[in-house]
Design a protein around this ligand. Structure first.
Ligand code: HEM
Length: 400
């Protein structure tokens, strides 16, 4: 980017990776959004895309805004990625198209329908246990336990060592940020988890008939090598557990803090699905993702050069008053469709139907069994480069 180009655009020295930003991101995201649709972040020398319309435009134009140069801060054209790039997330067409076909052949609507019953009964069983105890840590005892059991069973990884999936998910998303102390620590602490995940992408380690084994087989049928089939299985192990843990935890936190919204859900458990969706809009689990320009282009009147990095504020877009009425309000009856918490365009989350099913199963099981749901202590926030998550959420429930 030339100095002249920078002069044409708003500039901010806000640091989206500073602890105070991550602890309370929304006022600062708003500041950036009001400064302009595209803002030069001088500390990291990249562009923030701040509003719903422009974030959506970028997500839907992979020819101009590519993923193969990394969807984090690192530019794969200049830096070596910390692990072999994903064949889905960090790929462009036509390579991406082939990988996407191989995975959607498995994660289609039929698979999702077949999972419903197992998810619902697991959620009911967990809620029953928690209601008996009266108070619990909603992150550890529910948000983590549900995907770690119900979803990991579906993927077909062994019981032993599953907790590595949480550490690995957190590491992969941490590494999308700068190489700061948070990333360094996650890399150190995630070494064992990374080895476990690599091992459990192998066909021999996956339960026959499970999602993992089926993705592996589908990849081979679609002409991918054994090694690439393992990388496709890795996509589900990376993105399929930690993300839903966070989304469920955030939804529980919102419901506990908004008793009138909880009451609406309890009185009509069929709102579970829209409540989960609204939770993703208001407390977007993956706050940011990047793209890199493949050519010089103008975005919202701002000239971008080839090779520029763009930080898409997904969470900022989901609270953009230009798109949402009263965007800060958590309102489970609103239609949150059109939010970019699952992305948009060709890279839109391939597991979103599964994630929704998980959220719906947990929230409707709670709504059916619990009269009051309230905080039982201070929650603890995880300060993370990419994820908006709690590490602890004490709750108290009274049975219906
Ligand atoms: C609430 C939970 C989840 C959230 C918030 C979420 C969010 C996202 C987002 C924002 C993207 C778009 C990335 C981009 O545009 O660069 C994405 C892609 C992806 N997600 Fe999810 N996700 C969730 C659950 C899942 C689950 C359960 C799975 C697997 C079963 C999954 C697998 C993937 C994969 C493989 C991609 C890459 C797709 C591609 O590049 O074509 N996600 N997710």
């Amino acid at each position: 980017m030339s100095v002249l180009d920078a002069a044409a655009a708003p500039v901010s020295d806000l640091d989206p990776y500073a602890e105070e930003f991550l602890r309370d991101p929304y006022p600062r995201q708003q500041q950036l959004r009001e400064a302009g649709a595209v803002v030069w972040l001088s500390r990291h020398r990249l562009w923030a895309v701040t509003r719903h319309e422009e974030v959506d435009t970028v997500l839907r134009d992979p020819q101009t805004y590519c993923s193969s140069r990394g969807v984090g801060l690192a530019d794969f054209a200049r830096e070596t990625p910390w692990r072999p790039p994903s064949l889905l997330l960090e790929a462009d067409p036509p390579q991406h198209t082939a990988a996407r076909h191989a995975i959607t052949a498995v994660l289609g609507p039929r698979t999702v329908r077949e999972m419903r019953q197992a998810f619902e009964s697991r959620a009911q069983q967990l809620v029953e246990e928690l209601v008996r105890g009266g108070s619990f840590d909603a992150i550890h005892d529910l948000a983590e336990r549900f995907p770690l059991t119900a979803m990991s069973d579906q993927i077909g990884v062994p019981q032993d060592g599953r907790e590595h999936l949480l550490v690995y998910g957190a590491l992969a998303f941490q590494a999308f940020g700068p190489r700061n102390e948070r990333t360094e620590r996650s890399l150190r602490e995630g070494e064992q988890a990374a080895a476990w995940v690599a091992e459990h992408t192998r066909l021999s380690e996956l339960r026959p008939g499970g999602l993992g084994a089926r993705i592996h087989a589908s990849a081979v049928e679609h002409g991918f090598s054994e090694q690439h089939a393992e990388l496709l299985v890795r996509s589900v192990l990376t993105a399929g557990i930690d993300t839903t843990v966070i989304a469920i935890g955030n939804a529980l936190w919102l419901l506990a803090r908004h008793p009138e919204q909880w009451a609406a859900l309890r009185d009509d458990p069929s709102l579970a699905r829209t409540a989960f969706e609204e939770g993703i809009r208001v407390e977007t689990p993956i706050q940011v993702f990047c793209r890199t320009t493949t050519r010089a282009v103008q975005l919202a009147g701002v000239p971008l050069a080839e090779g520029d990095k763009l930080l898409l504020l997904l969470a900022g877009a989901n609270r953009d008053p230009r798109r949402w009425e009263d965007p800060e309000r958590f309102e489970i009856r609103r239609s949150a469709s059109g939010h970019v918490g699952f992305g948009a365009g060709i890279h839109a989350c391939v597991g979103q139907m599964i994630a929704r099913l998980e959220g719906e199963a947990v929230l409707s099981a709670l709504a059916a069994r619990v009269q009051t749901l309230e905080p039982a202590g201070e929650p603890r926030r995880l300060i993370h480069n990419t994820l908006r998550a709690l590490s602890s959420l004490p709750l108290r429930v009274v049975a219906r």
